[in-house]
Ligand binder design. Structure first.
Ligand SMILES: [Zn+2]
Length: 596
């Protein structure tokens, strides 16, 4: 790690004055146990806390993903900052200023330029705000009132107005902002005569803030609906604004998260929707700005919640956007629901017509994303027409194909069956046939069995397959006999230990002799292993065995991890705690390797 020419004792002082607990607790809710504070890790998806912050040692460590570091590293990672930016941020936090440094450095130059641009944008925002005087009767005021935007909301979102083509430029020049910086900030362009003009002239201005509340750009609405220009104009890409990475109203979400857990975040189509939702009490609402939802947006949102409710427009474009957003969000591990508002209204219109209570009701019955997909497909096709009904079934099965578990598939197959009156058995067979026909998964039956390790019940099956292979003396299973395998089920352990003992001592046994050692008839677990049916497995058994074995080892590691986590939380002796933490780090590494 380079210090960018910053003296080491300065860095130490910055760390000393920024207690790691107080810095992290601004972003995560920490729960104190002994001298360690726990939270759900912000760097990987989890539901139970394994992210530990050590007050004495002033470092954090995640036992789930292995991420660790000091307070500077945390700010770097969490806020997406460079090392230099993080140090500066923390120094300011502690009321310290950066020492003069003589090193020429590209990062430092970039930071300085960023700061100039942010200053220009902040001054521009203040200027626009000063030009929206709600006591005056102007087109801008008329629009604000028509939209039902209250004083409070206008203030909170910093809504302003750009009255003309050059007022902003004159104002910023007085503030010693160069035309070059204004251009870099995306505030001005030059006309064909080379004269600069405010690109947002005569528009209502909505500042776009980053999670710190800095203004990084604008979205601007024309007041003249008959204008040939686009209704909304967003800032162009600049060094501080990238719409593929920006979420409107994220600063509110960040502040909410400091106060309480956020059950879900609502995603709407536009700024006006977000503001209307905010006004109606749904502060946990955001929007993307003139772009489709990206994986970056998704992982940013995942820091604050585990569930998203999509509330995009009901028109065709909105539906397509919903479809795509579902996939992007689900891939990040977020639970996704979709709400469709009555009469295809957008949230702003809906709230005006029906009010907040009805919206709350609509949110509470939001459909899960798969059901939503099936619904839209069934509406697109006329199910009374046989040809279209067939198309619907093909499309629906395509959606269900990617579900992880058979039980999940069953739930939705039932819906398809109800919609089409085709018996569920037939649909199920079609869904399975589709797998076999799929050229990418051409090992047929094997695949059917093979994917069971990823199903909810798959863990038991993996264990059974491994044990049955051992007991039935399959050659590929021999190497496993020199390992120390741990089974949660004591009967399985007994069987394994027996087979291992025989193997090590050169004793032989026949399957039938097992009936003498174990009360097979009375013991369902053991009977299942002895009567295991290998017929659905072909020559790939060895590959599959190794996969299952990996799964068992992983299960064992995870069980150990859980045990250790428990004793770590309970242990009060510091030296012992450190020993446990070391073991946990080892296990986390092994799990990480095994999960690949
Ligand atoms: Zn983690």
């Amino acid at each position: 790690m380079t210090n960018f020419g910053l003296p080491a004792d300065f860095i130490e002082e910055v760390k000393r004055r920024n207690d790691i607990i107080s810095v992290i607790s601004k972003s995560l809710s920490l729960e104190k146990k002994g001298r360690t504070h726990w939270a759900c890790c912000p760097f990987h998806f989890e539901k139970t806390p394994s992210f530990a912050v050590n007050e004495v040692e002033q470092f954090y460590h995640c036992f789930g993903c292995g991420e660790s570091g000091d307070v500077i590293k945390f700010v770097e990672k969490y806020e997406n900052m460079t090392f230099f930016e993080a140090v500066k941020f923390l120094a300011q936090n502690a009321g310290m200023s950066l020492p003069e440094i003589n090193v020429k450095n590209a990062d430092l130059e970039a930071l300085k330029q960023k700061e100039k641009v942010l200053k220009a944008l902040s001054l521009a925002r203040d200027y626009y705000i000063s030009k929206l005087d709600l006591t005056q009767n102007t087109p801008a005021t008329a629009y604000v009132l028509k939209r039902g935007l209250t004083d409070e909301v206008v203030k909170y979102f910093g809504i302003g107005y750009s009255p003309d083509w050059n007022g902003l430029i004159r104002h910023l020049e007085r503030e010693k902002i160069s035309l070059e910086t204004m251009k870099l900030a995306g505030l001005i362009e030059h006309n064909e005569h080379g004269n600069p003009y405010d690109v947002f002239a005569t528009r209502l201005m909505f500042p776009i803030l980053n999670s710190f509340g800095d203004c990084i750009g604008f979205t601007a609405r024309t007041l003249d609906d008959s204008s040939k220009f686009a209704k909304y104009r967003n800032s162009t890409q600049t060094i501080v604004f990238d719409k593929s990475k920006t979420i409107y109203n994220i600063h509110t979400i960040k502040n909410l998260k400091k106060e309480q857990n956020i059950d879900y975040i609502i995603i709407c189509e536009g700024t006006i929707d977000v503001i209307a939702m905010f006004k109606a009490g749904f502060k946990n609402t955001v929007a993307c700005l003139g772009t489709a939802l990206t994986p970056y947006h998704a992982s940013e949102l995942k820091r604050y919640t585990s569930k998203i409710i999509l509330c995009l427009d009901g028109d065709n474009a909105g539906q397509n956007a919903t479809y795509k957003a579902i996939d992007v969000l689900s891939e990040t591990g977020l639970e996704v629901r979709v709400v469709k508002l009555k009469d295809n209204l957008d949230p702003d219109e809906f709230l005006k017509k029906y009010g907040a209570e009805d919206l709350k009701e609509a949110l509470s019955v939001a459909k899960d994303s798969i059901e939503y997909k099936l619904d839209t497909l069934s509406i697109k096709n006329d199910l009374k027409d046989n040809y279209q009904k067939n198309t619907f079934i093909t499309q629906a099965l395509e959606v269900l194909k990617n579900l992880n578990s058979n039980s999940e598939k069953e739930i939705y197959l039932k819906i398809v069956a109800e919609k089409t009156d085709v018996p569920i058995d037939i649909l199920r067979r079609d869904l399975q046939k589709d797998r076999v026909d799929n050229p990418h998964q051409n090992d047929g039956e094997m695949n059917e069995e093979k994917d069971f390790i990823t199903r909810p019940q798959g863990e038991h099956k993996a264990v059974q397959f491994v044990l049955a292979s051992i007991i039935h003396k399959q050659e590929y299973a021999f190497p496993a006999l020199s390992k120390k395998l741990i089974f949660q089920n004591p009967n399985y352990q007994k069987l394994f230990d027996f087979a291992k003992e025989c193997h090590l001592e050169g004793k032989t046994y026949t399957i039938s002799s097992l009936f003498d050692y174990f009360e097979v008839e009375k013991n369902e677990d053991i009977s299942r292993i002895i009567n295991f049916n290998f017929s659905s497995f072909n020559e790939n058994k060895k590959v599959y065995f190794d996969e299952c074995l990996g799964k068992i080892t992983l299960l064992d590691l995870k069980a150990k991890q859980e045990q250790l986590m428990k004793s770590f939380k309970e242990e009060t002796d510091n030296a012992k705690r450190r020993q446990i933490a070391e073991k946990l780090t080892e296990i986390a590494k092994e799990i990480k390797n095994g999960d690949k």
